[in-house]
Design a protein around this ligand. Structure first.
Ligand code: NAI
Length: 338
């Protein structure tokens, strides 16, 4: 039985019974649906453990209110929402969930790929209007097409596996190729230019870092095979939105599936769109992205690629393990400032 006060922010109610099954008694656990903020941090003022997700910005001002905290257990892989240096200075441990849904994100990438290849958006729209003709609905097979995977890491490798399952030839571009993986999974590493030039379906799985910012841009769109489809489940800013619009307008791309949009981190709520502090460049990218919504050949989902029941369960399981191992004195999945 866990005898420490623990506060979970940004959490759904089903977690309560799950935590209870895992020895976290009701009177020790507080669940709060909203992200942790300065104005609701008082709820965790006496908690030794605070668990958050990515919309809780744990900065100095928030930490000032968490006087008893010893562990911040983020239920995400990324931890850029937490001031790690400040945590270190205060002797607060931070843990994360390094892996939880590689297959989950890859499956969503394929949901977007299939939605585009089988024209699901216009098909559903048509049938909702009780129109039964097939005009404009002819799709294409994935079998024997070329899949281009950009970033063949944990998620990219699952996309490769799924693509191979559909009978696709797979080309991959990665900064650190691992030839043994290519041999086992039956794909080929190639330079970016070749992947863009030969792929019918391009799926992005690189992290957003300096090198990958606007990887798809006004120059690289001209390397893309004419009529390809592009799917992005990585981070919005890997694709320059302006270039994406041009590529769709001139037919370089015949479709796009986007789970992530440039600037999306600034607009969790509608009201934020009206904020005076939103930089004009960001606002421009957001407006351009949302202007794509009306197109039949563009499908957008609200950053849900990670969001399956199984992945969520794995996230909670790892977080429980992180909390227990910390309380037992042998913390796991600790993240430290660079
Ligand atoms: P990973 O670190 O396992 O794989 C990334 C791969 O990209 C690595 O093989 C790495 O060598 C390669 N890479 C890095 N920089 C590169 C560059 N400049 N050029 C070419 N290749 C490069 O990461 P994982 O777990 O596969 O995740 C990939 C990204 O997916 C994450 O960084 C995140 O942005 C995104 N993601 C999106 C989610 C969603 O819900 N939409 C959920 C989880 C992750």
């Amino acid at each position: 039985m866990v005898d420490t006060k623990i506060v979970f922010y940004e959490v759904e109610d089903w977690v309560r019974s799950y935590l209870k099954e895992h020895g976290f008694e009701d009177d020790k656990v507080v669940l709060i649906a909203e992200p942790l903020r300065e104005d609701n941090a008082y709820e965790a003022a006496e908690a030794e453990v605070v668990s958050v997700f990515v919309y809780s910005f744990v900065d100095k001002r928030v930490l000032d209110k968490l006087s008893a905290v010893r562990l911040i257990a983020t239920r995400s892989t990324g931890y850029d929402h937490i001031d790690l240096k400040e945590c270190k200075r205060r002797g607060i441990t931070v843990s994360n969930v390094p892996r939880y849904g590689e297959n989950t994100v890859a499956e969503h990438a394929f949901a977007l790929i299939l939605a585009l290849s089988r024209k699901l958006k216009p098909a559903v729209f048509k049938i909702n209007q009780l129109k039964f003709d097939l005009e404009g609905l002819r799709g294409f097979d994935l079998k024997d097409k070329t899949l281009g995977v950009i970033g063949a890491g944990a998620i990219g490798l699952h996309s490769i596996r799924i693509g191979r399952g559909f009978g696709m030839r797979v080309l991959a571009f990665d900064k650190y190729p691992q030839p043994i993986l290519a041999e086992v999974l039956g794909f080929e590493y190639a330079p970016l230019e070749r992947v863009l030039g030969e792929s019918d379906v391009i799926t992005l799985h690189v992290p957003l870092v300096k090198d990958t910012y606007h990887l798809i841009n006004m120059d690289t769109i001209h390397q893309i095979k004419r009529g390809a489809i592009l799917v992005n489940t990585s981070r919005g800013a890997v694709v320059q939105t302006e270039a994406l619009v041009v590529a769709l307008d001139v037919g370089i791309l015949s479709g796009a599936g986007l789970d992530v949009l440039e600037g999306e981190e600034s607009i969790k709520e509608e009201a934020q769109l009206l904020s005076d502090t939103l930089p004009v460049e960001k606002l421009r990218a957001i407006v351009r992205s949302y202007a794509l919504l009306h197109r039949d050949n563009v499908i957008i989902t609200p950053h849900v690629a990670f969001y399956s029941a199984e992945a969520e369960r794995r996230i909670i399981d790892t977080t429980i393990d992180n909390i227990n191992s910390f309380l037992e004195g042998s913390p796991r999945n600790i993240v430290k400032p660079a």
